[in-house]
Design a protein around this ligand. Structure first.
Ligand SMILES: *Cc1c(COP(=O)(O)O)cnc(C)c1O
Length: 341
């Protein structure tokens, strides 16, 4: 097998149930690659959890929700002129500009969430636009307000911002308020201070919130002894020492090495390695594959379906067929299989 997600299903579902029970009004988000699991799989989990609302990222993603999903499918990305108007009655659109609301109203009475601009400054109506809204609202079925905040760790006092924006929106129309990226305790505070029916959209903390429930592995495909200075790979790079080249499954097609940009600490680490004349100095990059307890260096950038790693001479090489751990960012990963264990 190639790149596989081993899922401790019982543990994972225990975590899902715990998050759901501690988050009143939760709306699970299943967008993009379905956080590595696929939108279809997550939609089924949502049904099994007894929930009836699901959020997807874009209109085309609605097609990945199973036909037997009963409930609302909220599209997070705001609708724009030129986007199709879905005929699926389960779909709830998001609108974030007065002109778009007007156009949606002209197309018939549709179920719509209206987004309010926050310090995120991504999408949403300004407070002035909100004040001019009541006339427009008559033409749509306003399902709720949506308030999408910056990441909690990037900002403080977001519960106050959220409360204020929610109050302003509630003054225009008293419908449920849908939040994104509020910490659980801030969500509680905002709910308590606005007395509004509230929803919280959660993706990462729900699906990926218990890292111990899963393991991603690759398979050793080949092992070759190499001498110091021997040239290896597409790019014929000289090896920094005697050891082995280990070829593992998993490449760019799986999202290997499409990690988030490195944090400052890794750059510092890199400078230290260069000063010490270690592998980083010959510009090998650390791979996400662990062999014999350590992340190993890429011989060269990963190939499409496999990667070549350097294993120093003192480490006994793994046998072909051995499974090795690989750290993957699941929101950008493309897995060959998910094995429920
Ligand atoms: C993606 C998204 C979420 C979920 O984000 P996570 O960080 O995965 O929980 C919530 N709200 C909106 C509007 C989003 O686009």
């Amino acid at each position: 097998m190639s790149v596989v997600l081993h899922l401790d299903v019982r543990r994972w579902r225990r975590h899902l149930a715990q998050v759901v029970s501690s988050t009143p009004g939760i709306v699970p988000v299943a967008k993009g690659n379905g956080y590595g699991f696929g939108i279809g799989r997550l939609a089924r989990e949502v049904m099994d959890l007894g929930l009836h609302t699901l959020a997807v990222g874009t209109l085309p993603e609605v097609d990945h929700v199973p036909a037997d999903f009963r409930g609302d499918i909220v599209v997070l990305q705001p609708w724009r002129p030129g986007d199709p108007l879905p005929s699926d009655p389960r779909v709830v659109l998001t609108a974030s500009r007065p002109a778009d609301i007007a156009q949606l109203a002209a197309e018939g009475r549709r179920r719509v969430l209206v987004e309010v601009l926050t310090p995120m400054k991504r999408h949403g109506l300004t407070l002035e636009e909100l004040a001019g809204l009541p006339g427009l609202l008559a033409g749509i079925d306003l399902v709720g307000w949506t308030i999408h905040l910056p990441m909690p760790r990037a900002s403080q006092g977001m519960e106050q911002v959220a409360t204020q924006l929610a109050r302003q929106a509630l003054d225009v129309s008293r419908v449920p308020v849908w939040f994104s990226h509020l910490e659980p305790q801030d969500y509680e505070t905002v709910r308590a201070s606005t007395f509004a029916d509230s929803r919280l959209r959660v993706g990462t903390a729900l699906w990926l919130g218990d890292p111990g429930s899963r393991r991603t592995t690759a398979t050793v495909l080949d092992v070759h002894p190499v001498a110091r200075g021997e040239r290896v790979g597409y790019w014929q790079r000289a090896m920094p020492g005697e050891g082995h080249v280990v070829v593992v499954s998993g490449g760019t097609a799986h999202g290997i090495a499409l990690e988030a940009p490195t944090a400052a600490s890794s750059w510092r680490q890199r400078a230290v390695s260069a000063a010490q004349g270690s592998l980083a100095a010959v510009s090998l990059a650390r791979s996400p594959f662990t062999i014999a307890g350590a992340k190993r260096w890429f011989v060269e950038p990963p190939h499409m379906q496999s990667s070549m790693l350097f294993l120093p001479g003192r480490v006994p090489p793994p046998a072909v067929g051995t499974e090795v751990d690989v750290e993957l960012r699941l929101t950008t990963a493309s897995l060959d299989a998910i094995v429920d264990e």
